[in-house]
Design a protein around this ligand. Structure first.
Ligand SMILES: [Fe+2]
Ligand SMILES: [Fe+2]
Length: 252
């Protein structure tokens, strides 16, 4: 098992482990992101089984004794599974998550008390600054949220734009088509009346980079990609309502 390291924006490092057995035959990457700053931050912990490889890669980027923040989008093995292993390896680090996630899981599960981040709250990392954005059910889970880093314009978008295979660390090519193909295969996104609107709210930030959890990160035009993905989910919701509402409800 090899975890590769690529700098996808200034002092933003992608740690990528390709797992051929996940999503066969193309396989699947599991990516974590390290922001190197005065107070370094990790986004995505990775599964416990990947921790030895991921943490060894992280230690090649920076001394884990410096790691200050451990964050993720939502509770799931690849997002938060190894949170306590990170807390043990990084004695200065605090796990941080949104209000819902702390309330329903992290406060109980973490070996040290977590820091609760409000929707829209900024964390000054010293040279880098991140904002927590609550995105309930986008990509999935009640506690979901994303991070936006201001100096590099990077949106850490978790499972949004998930695509298969082991593509380059960074691309400016099409990621919308591959993301739709993955959605059609796995149906991993919670489709709600707010799905498209939440993605358009992210587009309004006008990010310059997407840090994608599964697949390539993206340096092309981000807002149009988010708008296109939002449109796809809007269409999916309309089709589902048409197919499933009774005629009487439809008239309403
Ligand atoms: Fe997920
Ligand atoms: Fe994921």
């Amino acid at each position: 098992m090899e975890t590769r390291i690529d700098e996808i924006a200034d002092r933003v490092y992608r740690l990528s482990t390709f797992v051929a057995a996940a999503g066969p035959p193309a396989g699947f990457t599991f990516n974590q992101f390290l922001i190197d700053a005065e107070e370094p931050l990790l986004f995505h912990c990775g599964q416990r089984s990947l921790f030895p490889s991921i943490s060894a890669a992280a230690a090649r980027v920076l001394d884990l004794g410096r790691l200050r923040w451990i964050t993720f989008s939502h509770v799931e093995a690849d997002e938060s599974g190894s949170v306590n292993a990170w807390l043990a390896a990084a004695p200065r680090a605090t796990a941080a998550h949104g209000r819902v996630g702390c309330a329903i899981w992290l406060t109980d599960a973490a070996d040290r008390p977590p820091r609760t981040l409000g929707d829209g709250e900024w964390l000054d990392l010293g040279g880098k600054e991140v904002q927590r954005i609550d995105t309930p059910h986008v990509p999935h889970s009640w506690d979901a949220g994303l991070l936006y880093e201001k100096t590099t314009g990077t949106l850490f978008c978790s499972d949004l734009f998930t695509h298969l295979g082991d593509p380059p660390a960074l691309t400016d090519g099409d990621i919308v088509g591959p993301a739709i193909a993955a959605e059609e295969r796995f149906h991993f996104t919670s489709l709600t009346p707010d799905t498209g609107a939440t993605m358009r709210r992210l587009a309004a930030l006008e990010p310059r980079r997407l840090a994608v959890m599964h697949g390539s990160s993206y340096s092309g035009p981000v807002a149009p990609a988010l708008e296109a993905l939002a449109g796809y989910y809007d269409d999916k919701l309309r089709q589902s309502l048409r197919a499933n509402l009774s005629p009487t409800q439809e008239e309403l």
